[in-house]
Design a protein around this ligand. Structure first.
Ligand code: AHR
Length: 516
């Protein structure tokens, strides 16, 4: 929350603060620092999350080999192709809240013999366990991404967790033998391993002191087999719970490789608001709430810096994104929501913030990959829709593992509901391994285009090309009847002349430029 004191500070630091009654096109200047790049934007910031929730797994990713929907070993072909185009770096599974009720042994062996269970967290749906460890890890191999497996602390035993790791990663021994009997000779590589999820809530309703001790105990038995090195991630805070981070850093410290954080852009939890029907005021409020993640990150990072100045422990924002009312007519508890240009802005602005803290943030996972919350993909039977958020991830993939280049942006700001202050422009830049600079720009304003001037300094780029994501209305989205309403197009409104890049950015647009 912005209180009176820091509100004033924000106003003073705003370079050209004006209450937003504007008619002329805004002129914005950006100072790019091409020589100041030192941190790599970890590709793992572009991570995804697939939970046994609604139709994320069943119907979204997995239809089974016998389905009439075209599939490869049970995975939908259309979804596989769409996801491959995103270069997904890692995929978190099986939850979420589901992870702390999941018993992995129920999900191995012949599918017809696997026991069924009730998915108590998500609508009481009966889960048949046909998608289990093999199905998940094989999917990661097909997508060429790293698995991030979440272990069960809330209702599982230390032994169960230890054996799961042995089953997945050991070359020999009883668990490896069982895996081989189930058809997988070679161990998989599993680097990222979560020791519980939301242990303050659905993962066991624990106090941080108690969980810190449990983390120490469970993680002791998370072993490295045959050169597989686990990166152990402790269950972290929800948004403003700084005490959780403090207690974990103090009592666990570098026994964990990563500490998670969850931050959802949501309105009142009892009245989340429609995904598609919202006012201009709601739109700007949403971006204010989204951008507040920066202050939240800074406070968690300050605590981490105090206990771990060498930055050995990564901050893993392993759940983030928008959370609206589920679509009318869908199954309660399945969290199926539409995804508009407003969600695309939340994705772009959040990624822009993550890039700035990439020296501490080692991973982030948008919730979730298909059919749940802020998804990349929506499916209905054999149909598939790519969301505006999908296109942001596609346009932004050039930033994966690139060197972050700092920027100073001089633009107007607006005060939005709940006294938050947001800029009219959000931007980020990076240099990839081939030396190309990529600049992503988001004009937040719903009505006005802006003219941006960027002196390139030591950057000797001569050519600029780009892609734009925009639509007539901020609530525009893709549906099964109109799947292509929102999609990126070639962008021609950028020119380099005498070392200055000039861009005209339409209202409510997101652009990624490549400078060569
Ligand atoms: O992403 C949906 C749910 O949100 C997850 O299961 C849980 O961890 C969080 O509360």
């Amino acid at each position: 929350m912005i209180n009176k004191r820091n509100f004033k500070a924000c106003v003073l630091t705003a370079l050209a603060f004006t209450p937003m009654i504007m008619t002329a096109q805004e002129k914005i200047s950006i100072t790019l620092h091409p020589d100041q790049g030192k941190n790599i934007i970890s590709r793992h910031i572009y991570g995804q999350f697939a939970e046994h929730l609604g139709t994320c797994i069943y119907g979204g990713l997995w239809v089974g080999e016998n389905s009439s929907i075209p599939n490869t070993q049970g995975y939908r072909n259309d979804v596989l192709e769409a996801l491959k185009a995103l270069s997904i770096p890692n995929l978190r599974w099986p939850g979420g809240c589901f992870a702390d009720e999941y018993h992995w042994m129920d999900g191995i062996g012949p599918r017809e013999q696997r026991p069924r269970m009730v998915n108590n967290n998500w609508g009481g749906t009966v889960e048949d366990n046909s998608f289990g460890t093999h199905e998940f890890l094989n999917l990661c191999e097909l997508l060429n991404c790293e698995p991030y497996v979440s272990g069960n602390v809330g209702s599982g035993s230390v032994e169960e967790m230890a054996k799961w790791i042995e089953y997945m990663t050991a070359q020999d021994g009883p668990m490896a033998k069982l895996r081989k009997q189930n058809g997988r000779e070679k161990p998989w590589k599993v680097h990222f391993f979560g020791v519980g999820n939301e242990c303050w809530g659905c993962g066991g309703s624990m106090r941080p002191e108690y969980y810190a001790d449990l983390y120490r105990r469970y993680s002791t038995y998370c072993r490295n087999y045959n050169g597989n090195e686990l990166f152990k991630i402790a269950s972290g805070a929800s948004d403003y719970d700084y005490n959780w981070t403090e207690v974990l850093m103090k009592n666990v410290g570098t026994r964990m490789n990563g500490l998670s954080l969850h931050y959802y852009t949501a309105m009142d939890w009892n009245k989340k608001g429609s995904a598609t029907q919202f006012t201009e005021d709601d739109y700007y409020w949403t971006l204010g709430k989204c951008l507040e993640i920066e202050k939240v990150l800074q406070r968690h990072i300050d605590i981490m810096n105090h206990y771990d100045p060498d930055k050995n422990v990564g901050l893993m924002v392993d759940e983030w994104g928008t959370w609206w009312e589920q679509e009318p007519g869908t199954i309660p508890g399945h969290l199926f929501q539409q995804n508009t240009m407003r969600d695309a802005f939340v994705a772009a602005l959040t990624l822009n913030v993550f890039h700035k803290y990439t020296d501490r943030i080692r991973m982030a996972n948008i919730a979730q990959i298909a059919n749940v919350l802020q998804s990349m993909i929506l499916t209905r039977e054999d149909q598939m829709v790519l969301t505006p958020t999908y296109y942001v991830f596609k346009m932004y993939k050039v930033h994966q593992d690139a060197t972050f280049l700092p920027l100073d942006i001089q633009c107007k700001r607006r005060i939005v509901r709940d006294d938050r202050i947001i800029p009219t422009l959000s931007a980020t830049a990076s240099r990839d391994k081939q030396g190309c600079v990529h600049l992503s720009l988001a004009n937040i304003d719903l009505k006005q285009s802006c003219e941006i001037e960027i002196p390139l300094g030591s950057l000797k780029a001569k050519h600029v090309s780009g892609e734009i994501l925009t639509s007539a209305d901020i609530s525009d989205h893709n549906t099964f009847d109109h799947p292509d309403k929102v999609q990126p197009n070639t962008f021609n409104e950028a020119q380099i002349n005498k070392g200055i890049l000039r861009v005209t950015l339409p209202a409510k647009s997101i652009v990624t430029l490549t400078l060569k």
